[in-house]
Design a protein around this ligand. Structure first.
Ligand SMILES: CC(=O)CC(=O)SCCNC(=O)CCNC(=O)[C@H](O)C(C)(C)COP(=O)(O)OP(=O)(O)OC[C@H]1O[C@@H](n2cnc3c(N)ncnc32)[C@H](O)[C@@H]1OP(=O)(O)O
Ligand SMILES: NC(=O)C1=CN([C@@H]2O[C@H](COP(=O)(O)OP(=O)(O)OC[C@H]3O[C@@H](n4cnc5c(N)ncnc54)[C@H](OP(=O)(O)O)[C@@H]3O)[C@@H](O)[C@H]2O)C=CC1
Length: 291
């Protein structure tokens, strides 16, 4: 199947990144969210990120203008029914994702491919609630989307080869690299990364180190580009907790128990960068550790 138009559901940090790279690669993009504010903010962020790519001579001003011209926004989810490929990138909650696919179904073209950018939730289970489990799969970008090279492609139990190949072609057209993962909780990246982040929170919780010493240790001692707590704030602590809960429930092993301190930060609404406060406080000029 030849994909030309792409619908993106959710205009948060992942949704705007996905719209950005798709438009730059020549796809027509229709982006939707539940609020106009989120759509306006996403357009502003894409503008800023594209501008930076122009000033660093990665793309031309013409590339940027063309890309922005290919991105449309709508508050009506059902408008995405006419696209060839839908990538759902809404909040990491199964009920939210299920409701989105249920609302979309009656409006879809028969051959539209449905995908989710979920970090951890079962592709097979999401697919089983739709009318096209064979045309459903996981399309998992990494954050920040314009920078990270990898896309995990996850087949559900029923995903057919044509659907997988069509998504693989899109990844190729983006100039990114696909890694194929089986449909188990957290797939590959988050099965490995998220327990490391959760362990860093335990290290903080047990007083082994403070925020600064833990991040410094992993940056300078293991050459990670960001410390684990800085990375957790970057991903979003609500997303980190949701992923740990999926690993814990889905694999039924206590080694995936979310750290109570992570739960406490989420309960406080301290979700990291996106809310201005997490393991660091971002409201001033430079991030200040909160512990
Ligand atoms: C949770 C999941 O389901 C899966 C996941 O995504 S897990 C998270 C995976 N992501 C990571 O692990 C990210 C780890 N961090 C990094 O790799 C780096 O810190 C980083 C790439 C984010 C920033 O790198 P840096 O060297 O500190 O900063 P900087 O030099 O300013 O930026 C490097 C490039 O990224 C770009 N960039 C940085 N942040 C960006 C953002 N949020 N959006 C778009 N572009 C961004 C910069 O413009 C710069 O581009 P050029 O190379 O074209 O000049
Ligand atoms: N953050 C990361 O590093 C990564 C995240 N992911 C996955 O991508 C998805 C999105 O994450 P991320 O972008 O970080 O999250 P964000 O919180 O930044 O964005 C989610 C967006 O979805 C919106 N939304 C919620 N419900 C609906 C709905 N019913 N219809 C349309 N939009 C909706 C939210 O609106 P509102 O705020 O109003 O609720 C918000 O704007 C998640 O599944 C996450 O696991 C994948 C890779 C990396």
């Amino acid at each position: 199947m030849d994909i030309q138009t792409i619908g993106v559901v959710g205009a948060g940090q992942m949704g705007n990144g996905i719209a950005h790279v798709m438009a730059l690669a020549g796809y027509e993009v229709l982006l939707t969210d539940v609020s106009q504010d989120a759509l306006d903010a996403a357009m502003e962020i894409m503008h800023r990120n594209l501008d930076r790519q122009v000033s660093r001579e990665k793309i031309s001003q013409g590339d940027m203008d063309d890309a922005l011209g290919r991105i449309g926004t709508t508050l009506k989810l059902t408008d995405l029914g006419r696209t060839d490929l839908v990538i759902e990138a809404a909040t990491e909650r199964e009920t939210v994702k299920q409701a989105i696919f249920e609302d979309l179904l009656p409006h879809l073209k028969p051959d539209t491919i449905l995908t989710s950018n979920t970090s951890s939730i079962s592709i097979t289970r999401l697919a089983s609630r739709t009318d096209r489990p064979e045309k459903f799969m996981g399309f998992h970008f990494m954050n920040p989307v314009p920078v990270m090279q990898l896309v995990e492609l996850i087949r559900g139990i029923a995903t057919d080869t044509e659907t997988y190949d069509a998504c693989l072609k899109v990844v190729d057209n983006l100039g990114k690299t696909a890694a194929s993962a089986e449909d188990f909780p957290g797939f590959i990246v988050n099965r490995i990364l998220m327990p490391m982040i959760n362990e860093a929170v335990y290290t903080l919780y047990e007083g082994v180190g403070n925020v600064r010493s833990i991040d410094q240790s992993m940056k300078l001692g293991a050459n990670h580009p960001m410390g684990p707590l800085e990375l957790a704030d970057f991903i979003g602590l609500d997303t980190c907790l949701a992923i740990m809960n999926v690993l814990h429930d889905g694999l039924a092993d206590t080694k995936y128990r979310p750290c109570p301190l992570l739960t406490k930060y989420v309960e406080a609404g301290w979700l990291g960068r996106k809310t201005g406060r997490g393991f660091y406080d971002y409201r001033g000029d430079t991030p200040v550790p909160t512990r």
